[in-house]
Design a protein around this ligand. Structure first.
Ligand code: NAP
Length: 266
């Protein structure tokens, strides 16, 4: 991504200390952006990552704790960013969580946690960022959704509902912020190997999992991070309110009992 120049831009990535978020921080920095890494519980990982990014790319990196579903903590985080970075040009709402529970066993706290982190968090952060971007002349807000914003899955009714809400949230937000020169993009990964699903992939077997994905491989964190970097850049300046699926065609592969027709030469 060497040709994308984000020098001078200031980015905040929620849930930035591990998984997809950490790679997004790294790739934004590689393109020259200063980065604010948000963490909830993984402070040590945020500190370590900040050191690594500074060492590799020489940009300004800072980090701050906040539970994205808590309005007071979110506001305090943005005030910290005001003090330490002075502005925000790019917000990546990446923080997310899930748990696999049958709907008939799901407790109110399971539902609330997953919906609050995946849907309310992006609202709270987008509001804080949007107010600042309105005053500074523009920016980009990227929401990390999931193929489960349209693909239903058993045991994930709270997560699928929250991500479906996030998809519509992105569209409404783009309408309200377009005249302020703020673009909003939804980036929806398929299966990307991280702590969120490592056990699940191992349980099914990696080979089997990869057979379900038409491109024949599980996604890497860089697949998502590269998309974020492009969408955050001026090269994507007329893309607004769009949903981008980064999934190797996984979400289109619902008819799995029907094998690929063989080519005549095979
Ligand atoms: P991960 O490795 O489990 O990381 C999740 C991140 O979210 C962590 O950094 C965590 O921070 C943060 N987080 C959780 N609750 C939070 C809260 N209340 N406040 C602030 N941060 C919080 O998961 P991942 O796979 O990288 O997922 C990143 C995003 O991609 C999520 O939105 C997820 O839904 C989406 N996604 C992932 C996949 C996949 O296959 N992996 C597929 C589709 C979509 P702490 O560690 O500091 O607590």
């Amino acid at each position: 991504m060497k040709n994308i120049d984000l020098s001078g831009k200031k980015a905040l990535v929620t849930g930035g200390s591990q998984g997809i978020g950490a790679e997004i921080c790294m790739q934004l920095a590689q393109c020259g952006a200063d980065v604010f890494i948000n963490y909830n519980t993984s402070r040590d990982k945020a500190e370590e990552l900040a050191k690594e990014i500074r060492g590799r790319h020489g940009v300004n990196v800072t980090y701050g704790g906040a539970n994205v579903s808590n309005a007071k903590e979110v506001e305090a985080m943005f005030l910290q960013m005001d003090d330490e970075m002075g502005a925000i040009d790019i917000l990546v709402n990446n923080a997310g969580c899930e748990s696999v529970v049958h709907v008939l066993d799901m407790e109110e706290k399971d539902w609330d946690r997953v919906v609050d982190v995946n849907l309310k968090g992006p609202f709270l952060c987008a509001q804080q960022a949007g107010q600042r971007m309105e005053n500074s002349g523009g920016g980009v807000i990227i929401n990390i959704s999931s193929i489960h914003d349209v693909v239903p899955r058993k045991g994930l009714i709270h997560y699928c509902s929250a991500k479906a809400g996030l998809k519509m949230f992105s569209k409404c937000l783009s309408l309200e912020l377009a005249d302020k020169n703020i673009r909003v993009i939804s980036i929806a990964p398929g299966a990307i190997e991280t702590n969120m699903n490592r056990e699940e992939i191992a349980k099914f077997g990696k080979d089997k999992f990869e057979n379900w994905i038409p491109q024949g491989r599980i996604g890497e964190v860089a697949d998502v991070a590269h998309t974020v970097v492009f969408m955050a850049s001026d090269l994507a300046g007329y893309i607004n309110g769009a949903d981008i699926y980064v999934d190797g065609a996984y979400m289109n592969h619902t008819i799995q009992y029907d094998p690929r027709p063989k080519r005549k030469k095979e």
